[in-house]
Design a protein around this ligand. Structure first.
Ligand code: UDP
Length: 242
């Protein structure tokens, strides 16, 4: 199989848990960050324009943080979650740069001392210049997740595909851990996902991709070279398109 890229510009959605420790996937494990950075380097070397939306679930998820209490307001907790993504973004940025790559960290919440503000045209310019663009602070708005940020930025930056790196191999007909007859789909249409109520990404995020006819690939980043193979269009994961 050739590893020649099929896509010119991609948006990779990286969950915070890809950067965490052990089974709980918490904290920032620099070995995991480095492993991920090396994978991104391989993709970048193939000339693909790469934008990365980083999650923050390894540090804090707004909806979980306030559950069962009333001291911290839900909106506050979501802002805290967005700040968590900035910490991950900083770790990823320095790790990529330690490999000699040029990067820019763009934040949806203004904090000029650590990151550039997200400005669409500037983000496009960075991509065209071959810089890896790390998009932090999600959408900048509470009550959504970084899936929505991935769909939003993917659409406005006119990427060819949203790659959602997960710990599962793709989308299944049922939970493969509970149902021995669960089958993995190689390809689904947006309509099939809606009709069968399949779990792909947040509904709002999925709907945005569907409206823009932006394909989504759900794949397991743990497999060796998975991101590179995904970008080469190999049959891994589950592809959702029109
Ligand atoms: N978040 C938010 N708005 C956004 C993106 C994220 O409020 O546009 C908050 C939300 O509370 C979320 C947390 O930041 O739970 C961390 O992001 P996410 O859960 O998407 O991280 P992941 O699961 O991808 O690691």
């Amino acid at each position: 199989h050739s590893l020649v890229p099929k896509y010119r510009r991609v948006l990779l959605k990286l969950s915070g848990e890809a950067l965490g420790y052990g089974g709980s996937r918490l904290g920032i494990n620099l070995d995991e960050v480095r492993h991920m950075a090396v994978q991104l380097q391989r993709v970048h070397q193939r000339g693909v324009q790469l934008a990365v939306v980083v999650g923050g679930g390894n540090l804090l998820r707004g909806a979980q943080f306030t559950a069962g209490g009333d001291t911290i307001k839900p909106a506050t907790a979501h802002y805290m979650g967005m700040l968590a993504t900035v910490m991950n973004g900083l770790a990823l940025q320095d790790t990529l740069e330690s490999l000699g790559l040029e990067t820019r960290l763009l934040s949806a919440i203004r904090m000029e001392t650590v990151a550039e503000p997200f400005i669409r045209r500037r983000a496009l310019r960075h991509l065209e210049k071959g810089r890896i663009v790390i998009l932090a602070a999600g959408t900048g708005n509470p009550f959504v997740t970084t899936d929505t940020a991935a769909a939003l930025r993917g659409t406005e930056l006119e990427v060819d595909i949203v790659l959602k790196a997960t710990r599962v191999d793709g989308v299944y007909s049922a939970d493969p851990e509970l149902d021995p007859n669960a089958v993995k789909y190689d390809h689904l249409t947006y309509e099939q996902v809606i009709r069968d109520g399949l779990r792909v990404m947040d509904i709002a995020a999925f709907e945005m991709c569907r409206q823009a006819s932006l394909p989504i690939l759900i794949f397991n980043y743990k497999q060796e070279g998975a991101i590179e193979r995904a970008i080469a269009g190999h049959r891994i994961g589950t592809l959702i398109s029109a």
